[in-house]
Design a protein around this ligand. Structure first.
Ligand SMILES: *[C@@H]1O[C@H](CO)[C@@H](O)[C@H](O)[C@H]1NC(C)=O
Ligand SMILES: *[C@@H]1O[C@H](CO)[C@@H](O)[C@H](O)[C@H]1NC(C)=O
Ligand SMILES: *[C@@H]1O[C@H](CO)[C@@H](O)[C@H](O)[C@H]1NC(C)=O
Ligand SMILES: *[C@@H]1O[C@H](CO)[C@@H](O)[C@H](O)[C@H]1NC(C)=O
Length: 466
């Protein structure tokens, strides 16, 4: 039975590959230390933000040096624009002097370009013109990565379609609509404390974010088109409608699955519950044909069985087979009775009220599964953020700004998440996610899970035969 043993070999090879690529592609040496680029949150805007060179965590064989290039070193002999000598450190982060600058999203994915031509779906990530390569002491290449977008990561991994939503690692943004636009740029107050992301929602999706978090306010305007607002706490940040239109455009072009979490309604809903029906009508109008709905029983109300409102046991395959690419969770119970468009919210855990020194224990309780808080077999989101209160510094009598808080909390959180806990993560939402490798971590964790799942079913086939 030679074909069976060949099959077993294939399985084993697949397992080894996934171990090597867990946190980075193209690791040409099995134990190569991952290197990756991130973008600092500490800048007034993305153009001025400095690139950060990262390696690790915890590398047994750190590289001798790492080069940052503006031309692909596989195709060009141009020297690095930055060279970092690692000097045996097992992990590290070096803030380079290189600023991100002005760039279109590559691969034809900029907002303007997609209006003219549908971008090709590529299976590989698409690089901006920043490449990172690490070398050993003999100048042999160890590891390669680039600053990149991954607009099709779900589509190109067919194994994902059978994984239940609660078992996927979904990279997300907290306060997804809270960023600077042409319309709100003059608002000094927002500028100081209102923004939570350095890039717009379209770009977030193109980078690979798939879980979006919204607080919505209602404030009537003179002509009725801009009544619903993206809120950050009780501040109006931007109108909702253009954001819904971007989400629509993105899922149509990419066929990726995107999760919309309508979590809070801090303005104009409390004394006016009818606003929910109006908001749901807007969601219906803008996105209705793309949303995976609950199957509601149209029959006699009193006889109807309890309607399933939990979504976390669905798969993206089930959604795609019906041509649906959006799932909406909505945190208002009465509305669930009114509309099939929305599902019950997933469980939420937030680090917003903690000091950053308390993050370790909080994560331990969530992920070690011994604690009563640890989510088991449910859909859940981790808001890995720090609120204003948690950032108060007694000694200096001051609070940190949102980007300072994200610069403090994100690397810690990602470091904690980076080990075996990543396999238990579900939706992970960050402020200023570009200062982390959240997207890569989610993609590799999901790939690891699907390969492991298919490997174990293959192995079972082989055992059956024996
Ligand atoms: C998903 O599961 C179905 C039935 O269980 C199977 O037929 C299909 O091949 C699976 N798809 C993938 C991509 O694994
Ligand atoms: C409504 O007002 C906004 C500006 O407040 C404007 O951009 C938009 O075109 C107006 N819409 C209509 C239908 O008049
Ligand atoms: C989801 O699936 C799990 C395991 O298959 C099951 O135990 C659980 O009851 C399901 N939950 C819901 C709400 O359907
Ligand atoms: C929703 O409907 C269920 C059953 O029809 C009912 O028991 C429940 O009270 C309703 N919830 C709200 C908030 O109206």
């Amino acid at each position: 039975m030679p074909w069976q043993s060949r099959r077993l070999v294939v399985v084993v090879v697949a397992m080894c590959t996934v171990m090597a690529v867990q946190y980075g592609d193209a690791g040409s040496i099995p134990d190569a230390c991952p290197v990756y680029l991130t973008i600092s949150a500490m800048a007034r805007n993305i153009e001025e933000a400095q690139l950060v060179i990262n390696w690790g965590p915890g590398c047994e064989n750190p590289p001798a040096w790492i080069g940052l290039y503006t031309e692909n070193p596989a195709l060009s002999d141009a020297p690095p624009i930055v060279k970092v000598l690692v000097e045996g450190e097992a992990s590290g982060q070096v803030l380079s002097e290189v600023r991100f600058g002005r760039h279109k999203l590559p691969g034809g994915w900029s907002h303007e370009q997609v209006l003219q031509r549908i971008p090709k779906r590529k299976t590989k990530p698409i690089c901006f013109g920043y490449y990172l390569t690490s070398y050993d002491q003999h100048d042999q290449l160890q590891y390669f990565d680039c600053l990149k977008i991954q607009p099709n990561w779900m589509f190109t991994d067919p194994g994902l379609s059978n994984v239940t939503l609660k078992d996927l690692f979904l990279p997300g943004t907290h306060c997804s609509g809270c960023y600077q636009t042409r319309a709100n740029v003059g608002n000094v107050f927002l500028k100081k404390i209102g923004f939570r992301q350095s890039i717009d929602l379209w770009s977030q999706l193109v980078y690979g974010v798939r879980y979006l978090d919204f607080s919505i306010g209602y404030q009537p305007s003179h002509n009725g088109t801009r009544n619903f607002w993206i809120m950050n706490e009780h501040f109006r940040v931007a109108p909702l409608l253009p954001i819904l239109q971007d989400i629509r455009r993105f899922v149509i072009l990419s066929e990726e699955t995107v999760f919309l979490d309508f979590r809070r309604f801090p303005l104009g809903f409390h004394n006016n519950p009818d606003q929910h029906a109006i908001l749901l009508a807007l969601l219906e109008q803008e996105l209705g044909d793309l949303v995976y709905r609950r199957k509601m029983d149209a029959g006699d109300e009193s006889q109807a069985p309890a309607q399933p409102t939990e979504s976390y046991n669905l798969t993206i395959g089930e959604m795609r087979r019906e041509g649906k690419y959006l799932l909406i969770t909505y945190n208002h119970e009465a509305s669930l009775n009114e509309s099939s468009l929305i599902w019950k919210p997933w469980r939420k855990h937030s680090s917003a009220f903690l000091k950053h020194t308390e993050l370790g224990e909080f994560m331990q309780n969530l992920f070690s599964q011994k604690h009563p808080d640890a989510p088991k077999d449910v859909g859940w989101s981790l808001h890995g953020i720090q609120g204003l209160q948690g950032s108060y510094n007694d000694a200096e009598g001051s609070y940190m700004m949102p980007n300072e808080r994200a610069s403090m909390v994100n690397p810690k959180l990602i470091h904690l998440l980076g080990g075996p806990w990543s396999l238990r993560a579900n939706a992970v939402l960050l402020d200023y996610f570009l200062n982390t490798n959240l997207i890569d971590m989610a993609i590799y964790t999901n790939r690891y899970k699907t390969l492991r799942a298919s490997a174990s079913s293959e192995a079972a086939v082989v055992l059956d035969v024996q």
